[in-house]
Design a protein around this ligand. Structure first.
Ligand code: ADP
Ligand code: NI
Length: 213
């Protein structure tokens, strides 16, 4: 029964995110699902809850689906259709709520939530994180880089929200910090290499910019 639900959830998000390239596409959710599963196995978290929450973590996203965001209506109606226990539905909804990035400062209470949040953050770093950042930037008409805008590490969240920045700045504002925000030691291990690669990438980018490569 659990395996069947997971397969249905994969199918559901495939249809839900069809043709979305805003950064919250099907493959993002699918990667988060695989990463969360890997982390959950090592951390001995409840695999079913982790897999389900990872697959559904963006179907009620504030930006994509503002009307269902509050009550997680898409996730809930999917789970109800599958005949899932109210207790599990409620656990999954709590995880989705905590993981949503605006709630950046929320540390999920459950081990399962910690695994999903870590997986979502890991998908924002490394080679894939770099690609996502530049596609997001292009999508939002951001410059790749502007040497006249200094990376700003000390902005408050409000300043950050209003700030029009470049994609390279996004690394300083968010991506280089994600490693420190991870909950589990399994995720920290995975992040190590990805974080190093991202730093090497940005160093190389900046060297090319000034003609030293
Ligand atoms: P999440 O998938 O965790 O909800 P976001 O919606 O904030 O995250 O971002 C989706 C993707 O777009 C992430 O890979 C993120 O790094 C990237 N992104 C978000 N804001 C910016 C930005 N200002 N510049 C470049 N990339 C961004
Ligand atoms: Ni996500």
């Amino acid at each position: 029964m659990e395996e069947a639900v997971i397969q249905k959830a994969i199918q559901y998000i495939k249809e839900y995110f069809a043709d979305d390239y805003s950064g919250h596409d099907y493959w993002h959710s699918f990667r988060v699902y695989k990463l969360a599963e890997e982390i959950a196995r090592k951390e001995q978290a409840n695999l079913f809850i982790v897999r389900l929450a990872a697959l559904l973590h963006d179907v009620d996203d504030r930006k994509i689906s503002p009307d269902t965001y509050e009550r997680k209506e898409n996730a809930v109606s999917f789970m109800k259709q599958c005949g899932i226990d109210d207790r599990i539905i409620s656990d999954v909804c709590t995880i989705i709520e905590d993981v949503s990035y605006e709630g950046n400062s929320v540390t999920p209470q459950s081990l399962e939530g910690k695994c999903v949040q870590d997986a979502d953050r890991i998908d924002a770093i490394g080679a894939i994180g770099i690609a996502r950042a530049f596609s997001y930037g292009g999508n939002h008409n951001r410059a790749m880089y502007d040497p006249e805008i200094e990376p700003s590490l000390n902005m408050t969240r409000d300043e950050y929200r209003k700030h029009i920045s470049t994609t390279i700045n996004h690394f300083y504002e968010k991506l280089f910090r994600l490693k420190e925000l991870l909950n589990t030691s399994t995720a920290k291990e995975i992040a190590e290499h990805r974080d190093r690669f991202m730093h090497e990438y940005v160093d190389e980018f900046l060297l090319e910019w000034v003609g030293k490569r």
